[in-house]
Design a protein around this ligand. Structure first.
Ligand code: ATP
Ligand code: MG
Length: 416
């Protein structure tokens, strides 16, 4: 008797020394959340894998696909599990080979993590190899670079048999790298930047600045859709939305035209930094890439960074637009980002933005309006929406109490 389950392989966690089990436990925890409602009955660690069992013992490729999107997962194989009995694991190996699709050469790779099983791996290779050669006389054994490798792994009284697998997103389990606030627009870049730090184990708290009330709220819905697309990876905690239109107008009226964009960015970063303090986040993330647009020259980046003291992470700084677009396709945000929507960045744009800002000029311009009061005001206007999917996200208590005071009794977070 054999059942079908998913074997989750991880590479980078395997390299961790003493805290390896912390990473493994976090991955099990995240998988449990990601697999809710899919019929998964048990998720457990065994000998360098995580085993995902399904009710009825019949895991499917669809289940493997969901697992593959969870950060920390390097590979997922659909495997048969049977008793440590030669006839049973040979039959499973034949089934695995029958389902393997196109290949000509193969090899058997036996492994043994349970010393209680008396048959040596060389002998297991021979037994399974002979059975496969009999069942598939047209296939050829090839020890170096075979098209297909059939693995038979003896672990704790069971044999796990599998061949092909699908690639996972890799990285580290969300919740192992702390929290970040990510500046999220509805463009192509910042969703990719958010996903990239999420894949490295960070819980992401996106903040979006919309042009409301000077523009429609379309960009807010698009950023919500982006968060929904990223949520299955488990990296999105809560989306904050700040209506920035009125305040942008105030900035546009106060500062020299060419410095407007830099000033919008400095205000956005200052709000993000205050939010980071509330959320306990330790860095701010943006989707900038060097030289992509006028605001992304080294001079302007320096003039903007000066506004805050938290580290600013720019995971896309060396990426080309084509690489970013390809990644956006892969993570499911490209189609949403291709829908143009006015947001705060399209409002009050200068004809000739400064490309090489001098900090002294920027600070002079900043003295022309009350930036601290503006940041306070924007924090009061901030709204949020939660995404149930990030097991490591705990909302800040202080904000909950604060919002209860601020919001009208009939307030509901915006949903579509
Ligand atoms: P994206 O970078 O998301 O594709 P974009 O290219 O329209 O959007 P840029 O002008 O390149 O935006 O802005 C650089 C970065 O500033 C963005 O990657 C994002 O991190 C941040 N940003 C821009 N607009 C907004 C916004 N409306 N709300 C929050 N963050 C924003
Ligand atoms: Mg951009």
């Amino acid at each position: 008797m054999s059942d079908r389950l998913c074997l989750v392989h991880y590479h980078e966690i395997g390299l961790k020394g003493k805290n390896r089990s912390t990473f493994e436990n976090q991955l099990v925890h995240n998988l449990n959340r990601a697999m809710r409602g899919t019929g998964v009955s048990r998720i457990a660690r065994i000998s360098g894998y995580i085993v995902v069992e399904v009710e009825g013992g019949n895991a499917t490729p669809e289940i493997a696909q969901i697992i593959a999107r969870v950060p920390g997962v390097a590979r997922v194989s659909l495997a048969y599990r049977c008793n440590l009995d030669e006839r049973e694991y040979c039959r499973a190996a034949i089934d695995v080979m029958r389902e393997a699709g196109d290949f000509y050469t193969f090899k058997v790779h036996a492994r043994r993590s349970s010393t209680a099983y008396p048959i040596h791996t060389l002998e297991m290779n021979r037994i399974v190899g002979t059975a496969l050669c009999e069942a598939f006389p047209e296939k050829k054994v090839e020890m170096h670079q075979p098209d297909l490798q059939v693995v038979v792994h003896a672990v704790q009284g069971s044999a796990y048999v599998y061949a092909r697998g699908i690639r996972g997103v890799g990285g580290l389990p969300v919740g192992t790298a702390g929290k970040v606030v990510t500046l999220l627009s509805s463009g192509f870049d910042s969703p990719v930047a958010t996903w990239m730090v999420g894949r490295r184990g960070a819980v992401c708290i996106p903040i979006h600045f919309s042009g409301r009330p000077m523009t429609a709220d379309t960009s807010e819905y698009l950023t919500q859709d982006i968060c929904c697309a990223l949520a299955p990876s488990g990296c999105i905690g809560r989306l904050y939305v700040v209506p920035f239109g009125d305040h942008q107008r105030e900035i546009a009226l106060a500062v020299p035209q060419e410095l407007r964009v830099i000033m919008y960015r400095r205000v956005m970063l200052s709000v993000a930094e205050r939010l980071a303090a509330i959320e306990g986040a330790k860095a701010i993330v943006t989707g900038e890439s060097l030289g992509q647009v006028a605001s992304q020259t080294l001079d302007n980046i320096a003039a903007v960074d000066e506004a805050v003291s938290l580290p600013i992470l720019r995971p896309l700084i060396g990426s080309d637009k084509t690489e970013i677009m390809a990644r956006a396709e892969q993570i499911g945000t490209a189609e949403i980002s291709s829908q143009a929507a006015p947001d705060c960045c399209t409002l009050f744009m200068p004809k000739r933005p400064e490309t090489h800002a001098r900090l002294s000029a920027v600070l002079e311009a900043e003295a022309l309006f009350d930036k601290d009061a503006m940041v306070d005001d924007l924090l009061q206007l901030m709204e949020y929406r939660d995404f149930d999917g990030c097991p490591s996200y705990h909302p800040p208590k202080v904000l909950r109490a604060h919002h209860a005071e601020l919001l009208p009794a009939d307030y509901r977070p915006k949903t579509r």
